[in-house]
Design a binder for this molecule. Sequence first.
Ligand code: PGA
Length: 251
Amino acid sequence: MHLKPVIAANWKLNHGPTDAKAFLQRFLAQTPKLNDRTLVFLPSALTVTTVIDGLRERPEIWVGVQNVHSEAQGAFTGENSVLMARDAGARVVLVGHSERRHVFGETDSQTTAKMAMIAQARLVPMLCVGELLAEREAGRTAEVVERQLAAGLAGLDDQQIATIMLAYEPVWAIGTGRTATPQDASEIHGVLRRALISRVGEKVAGSIPILYGGSVNRGNASQLLAAPDVDGLLVGGASLEADSWASIARA
Ligand code: PGA
């Protein structure tokens, strides 16, 4: 089974509108239309409109946001909603990134609510799961990612589940330079695929891209992408520089 790979740039707290314009100019100059993969930019909410404008001639490239609040509107100072993301032209929303979970204390029940809100708004939720180093060392990786996946899917019906993307990002590999091997990635992607199959059956489960993230760079991208059950890449640090990101986009 071969899904069209999804290769996503998570800019985290980097690149305001001015930087983003310069980045896109340099990136687009060396990146022809790639029909065999889907590229996704996940800039900060303040930069989303600039990136969408900058990609107006390249509608095959998707743009999304890194987080939304679980309510559509209301008295939640400082937050962004899925309705605003959709209105701005975003197509994807990252949910449950490990920094949301472990730096901002986001709980499984918050990811449940956000996933449901995003699916209702007909945007694509990209659910991130991944274990801490201590959990891996205790042999609990499968249990942790299965729990996070179950929470992410808890408020979705089968039709909505068919629209999601998943990202396996072992926390110990994020921003550390320590990458999971392609075998490590495949093993856990297999765990996730089997969990999806038992929830929605082979056909739908087989159509959900499972991305790997954690210290992906231009040196390891194609090997990771070639691993069984790895359907894409979620890239942080190495997506911040246009030449590096352009080379990973072509991996
Ligand atoms: P990294 O981040 O590529 O810098 O490890 C990946 C992510 O957190 O999505």
